[in-house]
Design a protein. Sequence first.
Length: 260
Amino acid sequence: MSKSLFQKPIEIKISTVVAVSAILATADSIALDAALAEMTGGTTDFFEDDLAVIDVAALPAGCDPVDWAGIIALLKKYRLNPVAVRNAPPAMAAAIAAHGLSLETATKPRDEPDAIPAKAAPAKAAPAPTAGKPAPAAAEGQPGNAGVMIIDTPVRAGQRIYARGCDLIITAVVNNGAEIIADGSIHVYNTLNGRALAGASGNPEARIFAMTMSPELVSIAGVYRTFEDGFPAEFARSPAQIRLVGDRIDILSVNSANRA
């Protein structure tokens, strides 16, 4: 008997989607275009078709009406796909809905318990992604008792690991083209290549640690920094950490106060 006879036409399951926050400080499309061009440095795959939530909380009172069609087209030009608008006043709701965007109410980050040292993490590892199979969608893991997801296998190009609601510990290499994401901090006890996004749910206290750093892009709480010219040489061969200070991504040696 055909397998299709027992298969439902559609299933709906709870899933977690990571989206970029595009925080607008102006509705001037010319200024936004210039800022995005500077941010991406002409790199055509800087955002790689990431989903985007447009945050309008920082728009000044009395600014010009938002040209939603223009903003959507501009973000798509830089390979960002707008799906929702956050912090919109009621007066904007009709125009937002007319352009196919959802309304999202921002939530405050959860109060996190005191960080547990890596050595105290439970020995049992969370399931790793299937070997040899790229995962274009986020691979979600269940945190251990200490709120940590552990990956013991290399993370290859095309794979995306997401530690929802917890820290992420990886004991193997993270390769170029891979993406690792955590709501908490990220610890890589090996070489970190690819893209690393900590504090994905908006936690600015999250950090990224690695024994050897060579990432393409890092992000903490939605603030990005890229390394088109390579990772700073003084930190590339020794354990380093990345943290958010205000709206600036800082790089520090784990063993000293040096920073970049």
